[in-house]
Design a protein around this ligand. Structure first.
Ligand code: GMT
Length: 377
């Protein structure tokens, strides 16, 4: 079959949608497709170049008239240039706002019939879709896309109810790079972080935004640490970090809670961890839970959004009601103190990552959609 030329529009940062856009591009490039990233910065994982991956930077100069430089328009301008210069077969847009709108505008600017596939990742609908200042824009971006996918059934359903799009939305689950996320030898990492050999380790990884409810993670951990020798690893950076550091000091947990900042060695950090806590208020999928599973770390998460589609309650982790920190602590203590139960959950977590979210299957689903879309024009 003919290899495709795909324009990819995503956030180049380390967020989950950027990770999926990058991993998908790398796997498509391995299959021989030509992937053209049109972004403001080189996506982190693409620093190691692949011969089938190309990067087209979006540049915008400041100008006195602009209070806010119009990035969305500069992006559309760049996409239009690349549609023409590279003779792209399709555009894959990750995150509806502003990317889908820029792609639609670019298609018009280039006077092209190119197909657009938009993948909804979560807050582009669950938060921005509720914002009266953006709801019409989200709906427009979705309606003007030719194929729309959502990363969970829950996100699909919420989008159908809230946005009432003109066409259906397909669910295509997220996946991880199994070469990177697997049980690894962490070396001396546990000792390097000042954690005793016998200490149990609870980990949370996120962008430290309010929606992640890190205060619930700290409160649940406090209760666990009253019974079990344990440390809490809080990995990441974001707006809530300073307040959370203050909370840890206030609760007298400074010796037990370690803020690591952003780290590249997630498989090693997961290798020294026993349980992951992910207690978000909203979460379309929870990619980090899958990363944990692939490294053999069961999760305790809130039963919100798409997390019940990732975690099977009582099998590879536990689902708890939002805000029920007492239940989180009780489930964690039971799991940490019952070795047989722990080992069963750990192997189920590994199985879930390998079977239900196998990258080969999921990348093939996207590839099929790419061919379908390219065949329409
Ligand atoms: O919406 C966000 O919070 C950012 C977004 C991202 O770009 O990281 O995260 C969303 O997309 C991820 C990848 O599909 C999902 O795993 C996250 O669950 C989702 N975040 C939320 O729904 C809060």
């Amino acid at each position: 079959m003919k290899k495709l030329k795909v324009g990819v529009i995503c956030y180049p940062s380390l967020g989950g949608s950027g990770v999926i856009a990058t991993e998908l591009g790398l796997m498509m490039a391995d299959k021989g497709h030509e992937m053209h990233y049109i972004t403001s910065g080189k996506p982190f994982r693409l620093i190691d170049a692949h011969p089938n991956i190309h990067f087209h930077e979006v540049k915008i100069d400041g100008y006195a008239v602009f209070k806010y430089p119009p990035y969305d328009i500069a992006l559309a301008n760049r996409i239009a240039q690349v549609i023409e210069s590279e003779q792209l077969d399709l555009l894959h847009v990750h995150y509806a706002v502003p990317h889908a709108i820029s792609a639609v505008l670019a298609k018009d600017m280039a006077n092209s019939k190119i197909g657009i596939i938009t993948t909804l990742h979560g807050t582009d609908v669950t938060i921005l879709g509720h914002d009266p200042g953006l709801q019409n824009t989200v709906r427009y971006g979705i309606n003007k896309s030719d194929i729309i996918t959502a990363v969970s059934k829950s996100l699909r359903q919420e989008t159908l109810e809230l946005i009432k799009p003109e066409k259906d939305i397909l669910t295509v689950y997220n996946f991880i790079d199994e070469q990177k996320y697997q049980p690894v030898d962490p070396g001396t990492l546990k000792a390097d972080l000042g954690i005793e050999t016998h200490d149990k380790v609870i980990i949370h990884i996120s962008n430290f935004r309010k929606v992640k409810r890190i205060e619930d993670i700290i409160s649940s951990f406090k209760e666990v640490a009253q019974t079990v020798d344990a440390k809490l690893l809080l990995v990441g950076e974001g707006p809530e970090k300073t307040d959370m550091e203050a909370l840890v000091r206030e609760l007298g947990l400074r010796d037990q809670v370690i803020f690591t900042g952003k780290r590249d060695d997630l498989p090693e950090l997961l290798a020294i961890s026993d349980i992951m806590f992910h207690l978000s208020e909203k979460e379309a999928f929870g990619l980090v839970i899958l990363e944990g599973f692939a490294c053999g770390v069961p999760a305790i998460a809130t039963a919100v959004g798409g997390m019940p589609e990732v975690i099977e309650d009582g099998v590879d982790g536990h689902l708890v009601p939002l805000g029920d920190t007492a239940m989180v602590a009780q489930k964690a203590k039971t799991l940490l103190m019952d070795e047989a139960l722990y080992e069963t959950m750990k192997s189920s977590a590994l199985q879930t990552a390998a079977k239900k979210f196998c990258s080969t299957t999921i990348v093939a689903q996207y590839e099929e959609l790419y061919y379908e879309l390219a065949g329409r024009t």
